[in-house]
Design a protein around this ligand. Structure first.
Ligand code: AMP
Length: 113
């Protein structure tokens, strides 16, 4: 989608440090990490937010979650991690291309909100 920075990361016109890629999804390091390991996992197809998941696109969401254990292992997150999805204004979603934050590398805060 034009003007979507994560679509531009997918097509390579904005650079990223990739952690994992296949034909459907991409994982890359967050520019402003909030934990020692902070990677974003995104579908290559544009889905604006979790609210736009439906029967036509939920396969890629399942694929993301099927690959997260492998990505976490690649990142050395054997001791656990947190997956975060921010959706919409109240969720403080700043990039309108659905993404899952994969955070770890230390004992994370028990606070979620
Ligand atoms: P959210 O607030 O959930 O929408 O998260 C968006 C995330 O994207 C933030 O953690 C940003 O630091 C991250 N981000 C924005 N632009 C880039 C970029 N070009 N490369 C990597 N991460 C980015």
């Amino acid at each position: 989608m034009a003007d979507c920075i994560f679509c531009k990361i997918v097509d390579g016109s904005i650079p990223s440090k990739k952690a994992y890629e296949d034909d459907k999804i991409l994982a890359f390091y967050d520019l402003e990490p909030q934990a020692p390991v902070h990677v974003l996992v995104i579908p290559k197809q544009h889905i604006s937010c979790a609210n736009d998941i439906d029967d036509t696109n939920c396969d890629v969401v399942a694929h993301i979650f099927s690959k997260i254990p492998e990505i976490a292992k690649l990142l050395g997150l054997e001791n656990g991690y947190r997956i975060v999805n921010n959706c919409g204004d109240d969720g403080c979603q700043s990039v309108k291309h659905m993404h899952f934050h994969l955070l770890g590398g230390k004992k994370l805060s028990g606070q979620m909100a």
